[in-house]
Design a protein around this ligand. Structure first.
Ligand code: UDP
Length: 253
C-alpha cells in the first residue's frame, strides 16, 4: 500500500466503460433524509460531463437516504421484507436520477433487478449493453434483487457482468483512510491498496462480498469524493484525487 497526505493521482488509465456507485446518502446533501435538489443536479451534471468524454456510464444507486433494511429490521420488521423495502428505495433514487440526467440532455434508462414493468425495464444484460452502445446512461435499480445483500455488491456484480474497466465509488471523502478522517485527526489516507489489504484491515470501503467479487474478477475500484464538483470527470481523466484498489498490478494483463 502507499500513503500520502498530498494531492496525487496514482494511476492513469483509459476508461471505455465504467460503473459509478452512489450511496443514497450522496443525494441528501446536508439534509438528513431524501433528496437535496441542488446536490442531485450537481451530481447528474458530473455524470453528463463524463458521458460527454465518450465514456459509457453505468450507475448503481443505494437507498440509504430513504430506507435501510437492517435498521428497520432492528425495530421488528422481518429482515427479508425490510430488505425488499430497501430495494424499493433504490428504485425511487434511480428514477429520480434518470429524470435529472435526462434534463441535462443525456438519455438514461433504469433497469430493475425486481421487475416492475410499468415504470422501468427489468434487468437484461444484453439490452443494457445496447443502451450503452447507443449513448445512454444505464441505472441499475433494486440492488441484486436479493435480501441480505447491499448495493455495493450489486455495483461490483453489475460492473463485472457489463465488462466495466472499473468501479468508481463516490464517497464523502477523497479516498480510503485508516480511520474516519472526520473524527480522527491521525487518520492516514491511502493512494493505493490491494484487495487483500482492504479485506485484512477491514477498511470498510465497500462490503466484503463486493471487494471479494472485484478481487476475483480483477476489477479495479477507485474511491473518490462525490462532493467535489467535477471530481468524477477528473478521476476518469487521470488528474483527480482518489484511492486505487486493485491487485497491486493494475488488474491488467
Ligand atoms: N438491499 C438488499 N439487497 C441488495 C441491495 C440492497 O436487500 O442487493 C436493501 C438493503 O436493505 C439495504 C437497502 O436495500 O439496506 C439500501 O441499500 P444500501 O444500504 O446498499 O444503500 P446505500 O447505503 O448505498 O445508500
Amino acid at each position: 500500500m502507499s500513503e500520502t497526505a498530498a494531492a496525487s493521482s496514482p494511476a492513469k488509465a483509459p476508461y471505455r466503460r465504467v460503473l459509478l456507485k452512489l450511496s443514497g446518502e450522496a443525494l441528501m446533501g446536508e439534509g438528513a433524509f431524501g433528496f437535496d435538489v441542488a446536490t442531485v443536479e450537481r451530481i447528474c451534471a458530473d455524470i453528463a460531463q463524463v458521458h460527454a468524454m465518450g465514456v459509457q456510464v453505468n450507475l448503481v444507486v443505494g437507498g440509504g437516504n430513504i430506507f435501510r433494511g437492517a435498521e428497520i429490521a432492528a425495530s421488528g420488521v422481518e429482515r427479508a421484507n425490510a430488505d425488499y423495502i430497501g430495494m424499493l428505495a433504490t428504485v425511487m433514487n434511480a428514477l429520480t436520477l434518470q429524470s435529472v440526467i435526462e434534463r441535462q440532455g443525456v438519455p438514461a434508462r433504469v433497469q430493475s433487478a425486481i421487475p416492475m414493468a410499468p415504470i422501468c425495464e427489468p434487468y437484461r444484460r444484453d439490452l443494457a449493453i445496447r443502451h450503452l452502445e447507443q449513448g445512454r446512461v444505464v441505472i441499475f435499480a433494486a440492488g441484486t434483487g436479493n435480501p441480505f445483500f447491499t448495493t455495493d455488491t450489486a455495483a461490483a456484480l453489475r460492473a463485472v457482468e457489463m465488462g466495466c474497466d472499473a468501479v468508481l465509488k463516490g464517497t464523502q471523502v477523497d479516498g480510503v483512510y485508516s480511520a474516519d478522517p472526520k473524527h480522527d485527526a491521525g487518520a492516514r489516507r491511502y493512494d493505493t491498496l490491494t484487495f487483500s489489504e482492504v479485506l485484512a484491515q477491514d477498511l470498510r470501503v465497500m462490503d466484503t462480498a463486493a471487494i471479494a467479487l472485484a478481487r476475483d474478477n480483477r476489477l479495479p475500484i477507485l474511491v473518490f469524493s462525490i462532493h467535489q464538483p467535477g471530481a468524477f470527470a477528473a478521476v476518469i481523466g487521470g488528474s483527480g484525487r482518489f484511492t486505487l484498489i486493485d491487485d497491486g498490478g493494475g488488474c491488467r494483463g
